[in-house]
Write a protein that binds this ligand. Structure first.
Ligand code: ATP
Ligand code: MG
Length: 317
């Protein structure tokens, strides 16, 4: 585990934004900067953190955690579904095949939880029982396990993601039925594999979001996979006890920051609160812990200034 002292030393050595002119056209996502070159995309995972679709600031080492965890899971799942990876030339960088992205984010949930407006629990509490085409029981408790995993897609490429059902997505012409069903099949398979692997490490993969792209006419899994930004993870050993007592789960994901924001009265509208040094350090610890628990490997940090290191790795690619 990286020491608190080392995390503190990194507070001002974060990758907030990049502008590598020699790589060509840059597309700025909330978390990653992409450079698009013909058929490939250079995905630079910065240390930016977003929640409720808003960029809030930076968390030391976050980009490295996300990139290396995504690389880990892409490797683990490649026999199930092909993915977009070409190479990982730096801890913060992934070179991928440029795909034609489906205009949906495929969210798979095994449990009902969450505080964001697109989360299953938030909607259930508001009285919604048909969530993205899934009929949910009347009486449910927060964090309850669902009878079987459900798919709750959201739209992509709109300012705020919007929950949508299979039939609505097809009706709106976002995707055809055959493609949707094939994507759904892929997502359930990946989720089942993720759940199984996470269980070996004492973790529950609660829910997760997939982005599927098309490459040479075939579906491939793209973007990131099973990272703490795209997924919720809870500790398995305390799940039952906490659930029965109606207490919060022990979490290993971005929900920690989301809940802090909600406590400050922020749910995505208006000006976000400034992240304090304490929350940045605590979040960094959790991201690093997530990396180590999930992969079973030590998180290795570099002492070269991050911008210098990343730029160097991208000089001759
Ligand atoms: N193989 C790929 N081909 C084409 N686009 C991709 C591929 N992999 C990822 N992308 C896109 O690259 C971008 C990655 O940036 P990022 O995730 O930071 O953006 P975002 O989705 O706006 O932010 P957030 O994830 O916080 O909602 C996304 O738009 C994603 O859809
Ligand atoms: Mg994204």
């Amino acid at each position: 585990m990286v020491s608190e002292k080392r995390i503190k030393a990194q507070l001002n050595n974060v990758l907030a934004k990049t502008d590598f002119k020699w790589l060509g056209k840059r597309e700025k996502g909330k978390v990653r900067d992409s450079y698009i070159q013909n058929n490939r995309r250079i995905l630079v995972a910065t240390d930016r953190i977003s929640a409720f679709d808003v960029v809030l600031g930076t968390i030391p080492f976050k980009g490295q955690v996300l990139n290396q965890l995504a690389a880990f899971w892409f490797e683990k799942t490649r026999s199930i579904v092909p993915n977009h990876i070409i190479s990982v030339p730096d801890p913060n960088v992934m070179i991928v095949h440029e795909c034609e992205q489906m205009p949906l984010e495929f969210v798979v949930r095994g449990y009902i939880t969450g505080v964001t407006k697109t989360s299953a629990w938030y909607n259930h509490e508001k009285g919604i029982r048909n969530f993205c085409g899934n009929l949910l029981p009347e009486d449910m408790k927060k964090d309850q396990k669902l009878k079987k995993p459900i798919l709750t897609p959201t739209t992509k490429m709109e300012k705020h993601d919007r929950p949508i059902s299979r039939d609505e997505a097809i009706g709106e012409g976002l995707i055809d039925a055959k493609s949707f069903d094939e994507c759904a099949r892929i997502c359930f398979k990946l989720y089942a594999a993720g759940v199984k692997e996470a269980a070996k490490r004492g973790l529950i993969l609660v829910d997760t979001k997939y982005e599927i792209g098309k490459l040479n006419g075939k579906f491939v899994i793209s973007d990131e996979i099973h990272t703490p930004d795209s997924s919720r993870y809870w500790f398995a050993d305390t799940y039952n006890e906490l659930f029965r007592a109606g207490k919060e789960q022990r979490k290993l994901d971005k929900e920690y920051v989301r809940e802090w924001l909600v406590k400050q009265g922020f749910r995505g509208d208006g000006k976000p609160p400034v992240l304090t040094q304490e929350i940045r350090i605590e979040a960094a610890k959790r991201y690093i812990q997530a990396y180590e628990l999930i992969t079973g490997c030590e998180f290795k940090v570099s002492n070269t200034p991050i911008m210098e290191r990343v730029a160097k790795a991208l000089r001759n690619i």
